[in-house]
Design a protein around this ligand. Structure first.
Ligand code: G4P
Length: 285
């Protein structure tokens, strides 16, 4: 399957990120805990330009706990300050403030030596589309925050959300583009919904996901749909069984394979098939 990304969007997103990075002390980068490598754009290393780095393993509620912990260690070894969050229900969000302080310890100390105390740290969230940036900002900002900047009569500037006396967050996240360094990366991003569904064939995608699940989480499909799954190599058969057991039938009593394929993808994305991670850390990444 071929995936494409549009260079025009990419150039615009990159430019906006470059401008915003200049304004902050720390970048809070979100990755999808189900694909912590494929959902991370390596260009951010250049864009970040020496700023403190926090990495949030977002959507960890959908990911395999053991592998998420392995990935957290993997990125910690690379110098990130890592924490797991579920931006949707707020779990892990209150720890983020402390992680930001730790990541900026040097900056805070430098300020202190210069006699600058109580200057709030400025942070921005960044990540590829659909990774959960807006959900995170809403959850992190909560209700108790106040917006600063863009006051009437003042030159139009950036909007900052004052989270507490220590941290201000830019209210618009940095958008990074997904990377397509190989077909596998594109495929994993398609499984999670980071790439628009119109860009690929849903039946083919579902067949490939079934193959992955059979090889790595052999009980996931059978226990959720209550169908028998024996071994690998029978993906087409499994999708047909899902169609039949879920009543995805076309006129003429034919199984509606596209509908069943979509159902499987949606159920996977919603976490109904269990906590599943699509890639493991390798030392050579
Ligand atoms: P973006 O700004 O990075 O593009 O992403 P956005 O916040 O719009 O989130 C994309 C989808 O991911 C949303 O689902 C959101 O609810 C979901 N999401 C964000 N963080 C988490 C998380 O930690 N766990 C889980 N399980 N989901 C998360 P949606 O289907 O587009 O919307 P909705 O049906 O949830 O409203």
């Amino acid at each position: 399957m071929q995936f494409q990304w549009y260079p025009g969007h990419m150039a615009k997103a990159r430019k906006a990120m470059q401008e915003d990075v200049k304004l902050v002390d720390v970048i809070v980068e979100l990755v999808d805990a189900r694909v912590p490598y494929s959902s991370k754009n390596p260009d951010i290393d250049t864009l970040a330009n020496g700023k403190a780095r926090v990495l949030l393993m977002n959507k960890y509620d959908l990911a395999d706990t053991r592998i998420t912990d392995e990935w957290a260690r993997y990125y910690e070894d690379k110098g990130y300050f890592v924490t797991k969050v579920n931006s949707k229900n707020g779990k892990g969000i209150k720890e983020v403030n402390g992680v930001i302080q730790k990541a900026c310890a040097e900056k805070i100390e430098r300020n202190r030596r210069r006699g600058i105390i109580n200057r709030p740290l400025r942070a921005m969230a960044a990540g590829i589309p659909n990774v959960g940036k807006s959900t995170f900002i809403n959850s992190f900002a909560g209700k108790a925050c106040t917006k600063t900047g863009n006051k009437p009569g003042v030159t139009k500037g950036k909007q900052w959300i004052r989270l507490n006396k220590n941290v201000e967050l830019l209210d618009t996240p940095g958008i990074l583009w997904p990377k397509f360094e190989d077909q596998q990366t594109g495929l994993k991003l398609a499984f999670t919904g980071a790439i628009k569904d119109e860009l690929y064939n849903i039946y083919e995608l579902s067949r490939l996901l079934t193959g992955f699940l059979n090889g790595n989480y052999p009980d996931a499909i059978s226990s959720y749909y209550g169908i028998e799954v024996s071994g690998t190599g029978n993906e087409a058969e499994i999708i047909k069984d899902i169609a039949e057991c879920r009543g995805c039938i076309k006129s003429g009593a034919e199984p509606d394979l596209d509908k069943a394929a979509k159902l499987l993808i949606d159920d996977f994305r919603a976490g109904k098939l269990g906590r599943i991670t699509l890639e493991k850390p390798l030392t050579d990444i």
